[in-house]
Design a protein around this ligand. Sequence first.
Ligand code: SAH
Ligand code: SF4
Ligand code: F3S
Length: 471
Amino acid sequence: MQLDESEDVLKEQSEYIEYVRSWNDEYYRKNNRRRKAFCLTMGCQMNAHDSEKLVGYLEDMGYEMTNAEKGADFVIYNTCCIRANAEEKVYGRLGWLKTYKHKHPDVIIAMCGCMVQQDTVMEQIRRTYNFVDVIFGTFNLYTFPKLLATRIQSGSSVYDIWTKSKKIVESMSAMREHKFKASVNIMYGCNNFCSYCIVPYVRGRERSRKPEDIIKEVEALAAEGVKEVMLLGQNVNSYGKTLENPVSFAELLRMVNEVDGIERIRFMTSHPKDLSDELIAAMRDCDKVCNYLHLPVQSGSSRVLEKMNRRYTKEKYLELVDKIKKEIPDILISTDIIVGFPGETEEDFKETLDVVDRVGYSTAFTFLYSKREGTPAAKMDNQIDEETAKERFNRLLEHVNSGVEKISETLVGTVENVLVEEINRQDKTMVTGRTERNSLVHFKGGEELIGQVVPVKITQNKIFYLIGERM
Ligand code: SAH
Ligand code: SF4
Ligand code: F3S
């Protein structure tokens, strides 16, 4: 049984956790300070949630977490490779780390995440950055204590990258960034192979967690005071298809909706091709499921969408949006858009602008197409030159911003329930939180409100955020 297997796996790791912990305790006794660990998250929410698991392990192993890389005794980069600039950032920082390690040879440096799943990257690291002590990939994150203990015992580098997942490990503890909101993986990997995207190659095939394991985790989070859960998967709409007893994502949402104590349910990411009527009905019926949907369109041109292997057309996407708006009239929708996909013409691009104008997104994450070696799009003819892509990108931003402004304007005067997240960074007399529909709101208030859901009247539209007054 999976759970028993998970228990065995984690039991094995706990011996290594003990080992590193005593090594760190001994250091503490001698030096009267704890060894400090620094963890840098470079990717998406999945990657950030993996980092929470790493931090959980690091604290169990007797490290004190620090936000300052300089001065840290252990440094780990949890990398991303979705676009070239994500990788360039890592190489830039590795240059700095090389000097740091040279000055402080006792510092242990580790890398993990999507980027190191690529053979070319590992070759480069072996050639140029072999001062990195520990490397592991996306499939064996749970073996981190073993790898670190082995490095400490042996004094030599330990690199261990798997090419596929061996099992889903349940019950790993994670150190959450917030007390009142938490991410929950519902599935791993992706089977979609959008032609531009590296994720299926570095995260493997789609694997869903069993609903009972997910519910158990959500119940435990609720018992700890968590009010908002974010269900994570690369394509949540195809959740459960590969399970022994298939369960749909809509059914899962209804189950999570029943968990006492949870007040808000979010999820990402939804692939338009798999968004069913059943799911729209579940979103409409479940009171805790937020009236907010991230629905990446990528391009508005059916021709480009086909080359992207997205498996929907512009018309299908717009029909879907209409259907959702009809069932859930106050929903806000956000999206991801890629500009400059190989072969994108001015006409194709105008189709994208048309979709942006017609849907009216509350937020849109816009990206310049980035060529990823190993993906089908990297080999396509007519790669778009940088100048054209950038010019389109700027025009796209104008459309996105004017759409966002219009949506934000409709929110002025409404009363929104805001989950307060933190003291405002600029003005300490204010707090910052998110509405159910994911708008960022600042309003007068103090620390005691953090983690509370409070009604706030929206008074001003600042386009990318709102100002309100507590009711
Ligand atoms: N699974 C999610 C997306 C994960 S990646 C989905 O299908 O929607 C997040 C976003 O990065 C994607 O939606 C896409 O807009 C962008 N992206 C992925 N690969 C890219 C590439 N090669 N160049 C530019 N943007 C890319
Ligand atoms: Fe990438 Fe497409 Fe999978 Fe999203 S659905 S992770 S864009 S391949
Ligand atoms: Fe996420 Fe980047 Fe990997 S977007 S899945 S961390 S390539």
